[in-house]
Design a protein around this ligand. Structure first.
Ligand code: KG4
Ligand code: ZN
Length: 334
């Protein structure tokens, strides 16, 4: 049984490698962010991302192996994100992982990036009891998932338009605050009044799906109509609307499915108001809250190695013919 796994993550703009044992012990985790290379374009440029992955991957993997202090034959399997993500970026990680697996003569396992996010919580909280409801909020995804058991997921809801992080980024760009927008809005909102402007809460009482594009339009319209408005109030009121919808739906889902825990994940999980509300809501409802440390909110390869360990146990190795799948879906229970 392969226990020591080298994970590789290149789905977007982070080049990452990690060595994880038995899905819980992180021996090393190295992340090279490319954010500086994309910031001036206001978003991730796919071609720049793929080229940066080619340049950064070998040193990042080398650093992960060296700092894990493994013997030469220490890696027992190689896991890489095969999707969803940018196709050119994914291909760099998948090709490298297959090459390593081939030369070391160990299994290769293709990992779904979203499944990796579901496993990020278990790296910090190995005794998390299932079932849990996981809210995964990043620049590309907004998913509410019922994790019934390991490898057994039901999708409760997702966004019908923009992802939560995308809404932060678009509103920040409109307000002239730069990229990525989430951290800036979070910071500026602390100075503003969250009740200053009553922005819409789309579909608040209806189902588990989300919609953020109307909110973005409401922000634009409000600022155009009131050019003198305080940016901090706009940021705080916008953030309040997003957090309100996310927390309300997640706690309702946890109650409906009888979850024991409410787990938060993805880049937007770094948001300070969301983190505080999440814990308050879970505690009020008598379920266990899990909020990742800020370092674990961004994409890394430890979560890919952890998910890879579980996939390898349940499905065995992936074929070396496995490619990159930009729109790969979460494997859902039937
Ligand atoms: O998971 P992630 O690193 O990358 C994707 O897979 O997309 O998430 C990045 C997203 C960006 O949209 C960024 O604006 C948002 O997470 N983000 C935040 C905060 N920090 C990062 N959103 C709200 N508040 C934050 N503090
Ligand atoms: Zn991610």
């Amino acid at each position: 049984m392969a226990d020591v796994i080298l994970g590789i993550e290149t789905s977007c703009d982070e080049t990452a490698a990690a060595v994880v044992a038995r899905a819980t012990e992180v021996r090393s985790s190295v992340v090279a962010s490319q954010i500086d290379r994309h910031a001036r374009y206001g978003g991730v440029v796919p071609e720049i991302a793929s080229r940066a992955h080619v340049e950064l991957l070998t040193p990042v993997v080398a650093e992960a192996l060296v700092s894990a202090g493994l013997p030469d034959d220490g890696v027992e399997a190689v896991a890489a994100t095969a999707g969803p993500g940018l196709v050119g970026s994914l291909l760099v990680g998948v090709s490298a992982a297959k090459a390593f697996a081939l030369v070391w003569d160990v299994p290769f396992v293709a990992v779904n990036h979203l499944e990796g996010h579901l496993y990020a919580a278990f790296l910090e909280e190995p005794d998390l009891e299932l079932p849990v409801v996981v809210l995964l909020v990043s620049g590309g995804h907004t998913l509410l998932v019922h994790m019934e058991d390991h490898g057994r997921y039901r999708l409760l809801g997702s966004t019908i338009d923009d992802a939560a992080g995308e809404a932060f980024d678009k509103v920040a760009r409109f307000l002239g605050l730069g990229y990525p927008g989430g951290p800036v809005i979070d910071r500026i909102a602390a100075e503003g009044d969250p009740d200053a402007i009553a922005f819409p809460r789309a579909m608040l009482d209806r189902g588990y799906d989300f919609s953020f594009s109307g909110l973005k339009t409401a922000v634009v319209n409000h600022v155009r109509r009131h050019p003198e408005v305080d940016t901090a109030d706009v940021a705080a009121s916008f953030q309040e609307a997003v957090v309100d919808v996310l927390v309300t739906k997640a706690r309702r889902a946890a109650r409906d499915v009888g979850a024991k825990g409410l787990v938060l994940g993805g880049g937007v999980a770094a948001n300070s108001v969301l983190r505080a509300r999440w814990v308050e809501a879970a505690e009020a409802d008598g379920v266990r809250p899990f909020v990742p440390s800020r370092a674990m909110c961004t994409d890394d390869a430890a979560m890919i190695a952890a998910a890879g360990w579980w996939r390898l146990r349940s499905d065995g190795p992936s074929g070396l013919g496995t490619g990159a799948t930009p729109n790969l879906r979460l494997p859902l229970a039937g």
